[in-house]
Design a protein around this ligand. Structure first.
Ligand code: ATP
Ligand code: MG
Length: 575
């Protein structure tokens, strides 16, 4: 392949739009890889599309190698399928809905569990046809609350989604493992620094277990904790809390009674005013889950992780109880003085962090402005409450698996794998006949990879102040030939010759044959980030060109005859 910049649909920008916050978003716009159509909607331009196709090719190869079979389902799905599983409501406002001319309801697929389950229930009859894993690569639609960061969070984006169907739990575990290993190979080939972490199952659901693949990058919206001493790693939304040590007690917390502490709202300040350790002053946090009021109760020195609470309750999200509802529930209380006593009598579900139960006594809000209650005995007060691991896990906390201190990092979720069990097959009646002729539900797994998000994640991990530094595996081309002076016949001929020779040897070549100043061409080459640059300049007459590696700018002068051999060597090193 030879792509000529003189005729290509290609334009670089000196400045990115002010609202492009993420490095990858700015660089991909500036390098002429994508154009924004509207918030969260992008067109992939010729060079950007080549990157997507390279990523797709790697994903496809590894999916096929794992035994998965590619199909292509429609994006437009009858809402009826989503009624069958109840996800038409449970999925929430991210689901894009529409009607056809007859008023029939449809959704634009944000994911395809229902559609694939429907497909397979129509085909599979017997255990002899199992296991089976199907996948597709296609556009997905999600009406994200905050589409942002360019390709990292779009409203329309490209996903590879796969679905496995097995006879039983054991089979499902094997299919899951095969897909997990395929993902490990995919991210290694893409040159992405990725870590697999334990994850919540969220809107996809199921209870069998899940891992997310996180590309480590400061811009990542997910926080993960991991252990270098063992292989534990988890999204903080899933990370298991370990019991915290009990700080020294004080009689102030033990003595039963009310204390007046007006105008001191924070648990930290309350603890200080009372001369007790902050751990002993409970936090009572009021939330709403599926319309029901609930209270999460933690030690004063711990922070609630809302995602852990939502997951434990089996809801998509929990939201703080509105001020109006709080006032109705506790007319005399104000912020800072809310406590757990009397809440369950009013129908509020109590969810208590295990560390609270380890306190012999504690201080809490009295549900009356200005007053706290001391001497609460958690064991008695929360005898009927649900005890749940709710606290946020931080770097430095002990690893739940080996006790060494955890490290933390930000990650971009580039893929996720789920054991679904019978979450979709049971309500949709996707069954098979086992060896004994018994009807049984299919055991499913599902597996997503964010193809377009990966392109941006690679840029987040691989760039410098001048532009993108593509790894060879996903670069839009292998070699960028720059003809310094297009007025110079020798340079032109030599540039063309080089491009032809490299292309004939199987390399993908971009040739900058534009009537532009050399400075402009070099700046654009840096911005675009093709791994190898070949500069044809003044020494062209002597048969000498300059080869420069984008990654470390290592530059050598070469005889034209040497070029193919050297490129082959550098290509092998995956520049
Ligand atoms: P997130 O938590 O980032 O919203 P998700 O957990 O909802 O993602 P999944 O349902 O697991 O996403 O989808 C599979 C993959 O699709 C994700 O791992 C991610 O790489 C990609 N993806 C999800 N949402 C988007 C989006 N809005 N834009 C680009 N890629 C996305
Ligand atoms: Mg996910």
């Amino acid at each position: 392949m030879i792509l000529r910049l003189s005729t290509a649909f290609f334009q670089t920008l000196r400045e990115a739009p002010a609202d492009a916050e993420a490095t990858s978003h700015r660089l991909m716009l500036r390098a002429g890889l994508i154009r924004q159509v509207a918030g969260g909607l992008y067109t992939y331009l010729p060079l950007g599309w080549r990157i997507i196709q390279k990523i797709e090719a790697i994903v496809r190869e590894e999916m096929d190698r794992s035994g998965a079979q590619e199909i292509l389902a429609p994006i437009l799905q009858p809402a009826q399928l989503w009624e069958e599983t109840g996800r038409i409501r449970a999925y929430g406002p991210e689901l894009m809905r529409l009607e056809d001319r007859h008023g029939r309801a449809f959704v634009l697929g944000p994911t395809h569990e229902e559609l694939f389950t429907d497909l397979v229930r129509g085909v599979i009859r017997s255990y002899r046809q199992l296991p089976i894993t199907l996948y597709q690569i296609q556009d997905k639609f999600r009406d994200e609350r905050r589409p942002r960061f360019g390709l990292l969070r779009g409203r329309e984006f490209i996903m590879k989604d796969a679905y496995s169907f097995d006879c039983d739990e054991e089979g499902m575990a094997a299919s899951y493992e095969a897909m997990y290993q395929a993902y490990v190979r995919i991210f290694a080939r893409l040159g992405l620094d990725t870590r697999a972490v334990e994850a919540q199952q969220g809107a996809i659901g199921g209870t069998g277990g899940s891992h997310e693949f996180m590309a480590i990058a400061p811009i990542g919206e997910d926080e993960i904790v991991y252990c270098d001493a063992c292989d534990y790693a988890a999204n903080v939304e899933k990370a298991q809390g370990v019991p915290s040590p009990l700080p020294a007690a004080s009689s102030r917390a033990e003595t039963v009674g009310q204390v007046s502490l007006p105008g001191v709202i924070e648990t930290g300040a309350q603890a200080e005013a009372l001369g007790v350790d902050r751990a002993y002053v409970l936090k009572t946090l009021l939330y709403e889950a599926d319309g029901q009021p609930i209270a999460a109760i933690l030690r004063g020195d711990h922070t609630l992780n809302e995602a852990k609470l939502a997951a434990a309750l089996g809801v998509a999200e929990v939201t703080p109880l509105s001020e109006e509802r709080v006032r109705k529930l506790l007319p005399k209380a104000t912020h800072g003085y809310i406590g757990p006593l009397g809440l369950s009598e009013q129908g509020v579900g109590l969810f208590v962090e295990p560390d609270v139960m380890a306190l012999p006594y504690a201080i809490c809000g009295s549900n009356e402005e200005g007053f706290l209650r001391c001497g609460l005995r958690p064991h008695q007060a929360f005898a009927d409450a649900r005890i749940l691991d709710l606290k946020e896990v931080y770097a430095g906390d002990p690893c739940p698996s080996c006790g060494a201190p955890l490290a933390a990092a930000h990650g971009i979720e580039v893929g996720q794998v789920f054991k679904l069990g019978t979450k979709y097959s049971a309500p949709m009646g996707a069954v098979y006949l086992d060896e004994a002729g018994q009807q049984r539900p299919l055991y499913m797994g599902c597996y997503g990879i964010g193809v377009s998000r990966i392109a941006a994640a690679v840029v987040e991990q691989s760039h410098d102040e001048d532009g993108i530094v593509w790894p060879m595996a996903v670069a839009p081309a292998h070699v960028h030939v720059v003809i310094v002076d297009m007025q110079n016949e020798e340079q032109r001929v030599m540039g063309e010759h080089l491009a032809e020779t490299l292309s004939a040897s199987g390399y993908e070549v971009i040739i900058d044959d534009r009537q532009e100043h050399a400075g402009v061409k070099f700046k654009d080459a840096d911005l675009l980030g093709i791994p190898l640059r070949m500069t044809v300049g003044r020494k062209a007459g002597e048969g000498i060109v300059e080869l420069s590696r984008r990654r470390d700018r290592k530059t050598v002068e070469l005889k034209v005859e040497e070029i193919v051999g050297i490129v082959a060597r550098l290509f092998g090193e995956n520049s």
